[in-house]
Design a protein around this ligand. Sequence first.
Ligand code: FAD
Length: 321
Amino acid sequence: MNVLDIINTAIAEHRTRFAFELLPPLKGDGMGGVFAAIDRLIGFDPAYINVTFHREGIKQSVRPDGGIDWHVVRRRPGTVGISAAIQKKYGVEVVPHLICGGQSKYDIEDALIDLDFLGLHNVLALRGDKSQNEKFFMPHPQGHSHAVDLVRQIAAMNRGEFVDGEVEECHHSKFSIGVAGYPEGHEESPSPEADIAALKAKIDAGAGYIVTQLFYDNARFFDFVRRCREAGIAVPIIPGIKPLSTLRHLTLLPQTFGCRIPEELEREVLRHREDPKAIREVGTEWAVAQSRELKQAGVPVLHYYPMGKADNIIKIAKAIF
Ligand code: FAD
């Protein structure tokens, strides 16, 4: 069953399923850490597990003569391989992320062919962020500028159309495609209306469901769903939840993800500013309350972003599922 079928089954059964996302290990690390995290969460019967995709970064080193060298580095390669390993070990549907950033259409096509051969039939199609040395997102010279073009490429491949032309009588891939949505708007979008129009274009191009950026105010999510429906977007919308866990998150999360931290949550965190454990508790409790309300509202899946640490997600899952 692909992820869209799983989501639709949850909708038909009026259920809310648990799902989470993982990062591939740092280059040089084995898979032990990832498997250990999954071992702690698998008992909550995840609908699927997502694996993020990381583009290259830039590292600087100082030469003996004082000059500076810049190196291109990929810190977390291996999305395709680790996705296959997880699906094989746990028998859970895995959703590798694919991004446009730093990749040509041919690189993407190779990755899709590998995924298909490995029995992975779900993809979250994303543009990716600008690289560290860019002011704006710059597409690869033979790549895509927006996620909608990646969705089009995957949908075309499902029809037997490859980058260099159609292959008659070919084996057809059957990728189920998800895309990202932004309840509080994407930082580069000129207006909320333009952002929703760009999201609708991704659905019209062949995406079957939306996973949202993290948010801390459910009202923003409900308003986003309303605006999507008014714009004619009828596909399932899965809320993304990340429990706040440190004092630094108060500034870092809005800066990185463009989300607003509600005053009540900020006040509670600041009240415990000297106590990191208590801050983690406050963030976990907030995510439990958010999850409870979203579940009552009938969302088919709650998609958690553990970002490497599973303990708070376990507490939330115990309270909700
Ligand atoms: P797009 O849909 O291309 O949108 C980017 C911007 O361009 C938006 O402002 C949009 O309104 C605008 N736009 C879209 N189409 C057009 C058009 N045709 N003309 C003009 N403007 C347009 N990043 C990673 O690097 N790896 C990951 O694994 C990853 N996982 C993510 C998972 C989720 C659930 C989410 C929400 C985000 C994830 N990201 C990831 C971050 C994502 O790559 C960034 O938010 C990125 O800046 C935008 O990606 P997108 O797919 O939404 O892009």
